[in-house]
Unconditional design. Structure first.
Length: 211
């Protein structure tokens, strides 16, 4: 059931992206297809969530033999001494530390665990994805206060065929609502008013220009 729902979510995203690419490519013929993206979008109390591919540094106070660095597997779980299987994807490092303490309490008296995340990737649902006419289309881990300019620097800017001002953000956190963004004005004209904040799960769609 979970896998079926995931497929449906991905299919809905792909359909929205395809439609957006078609509409944005014709944006120069009339008014923008979507409202402009709000300048502020960051979450006030954002906390990083662990994802597959992250690395966790687990420290158990006064028990160095139980302390180690482990990768988060593709299924979102980790394995550690006395902790055979533990789902960590989508949780904060503090929540994972408490979960490990519960597991260890069977074997260790009053365990105190600290979890530090390194090698950040983040869960699928929070990654920033860039598709279309970017120099290096890719996914990026979301960072607090991340902006559109940060994203464009990471992907190497626009291709020569990009319709930068016809680009849009598909905001999954708002039910796949779409917003127009002005990448050409931001990158090639230095118009900082075109810079906007990103949200976890945003998909930046950059269509090809037909002119």
């Amino acid at each position: 059931m979970l896998m079926t729902n995931a497929f449906r979510t991905v299919a809905a995203m792909l359909a929205a992206i395809t439609a957006s690419l078609g509409l944005a490519g014709c944006a120069g013929l009339g008014s923008p297809a979507h409202p402009p993206a709000p300048a502020g979008a960051a979450l006030a109390d954002y906390s990083y969530l662990i994802g597959a591919g992250d690395t966790l540094n687990i420290t158990v106070w006064r028990n160095p033999e139980l302390s180690m660095t482990v990768p988060v597997r593709p299924d979102g779980k980790i394995s550690a001494p006395l902790v055979e299987e533990l789902m960590v994807q989508g949780k904060t490092s503090i929540a994972v530390a408490r979960d490990i303490e519960k597991k260890l309490s069977t074997y260790v008296r009053d365990p105190v665990v600290t979890v530090i995340v390194t090698g950040f990737v983040g869960p699928f649902s929070e990654q920033i994805r860039v598709v279309g006419e970017a120099a290096k289309p890719q996914f990026l881990p979301y960072r607090e206060k991340m902006t559109l300019l940060d994203v464009m620097i990471a992907v190497g800017g626009l291709t020569d065929f990009a319709d930068g001002n016809g680009a849009s953000i598909l905001r999954t956190a708002e039910g796949n609502k779409q917003y127009t963004v002005r990448l050409k004005d931001l990158i090639r004209r230095g118009d900082v008013s075109a810079n906007v904040e990103m949200r976890p799960g945003d998909i930046l769609i950059i269509p090809q220009s037909f002119f």
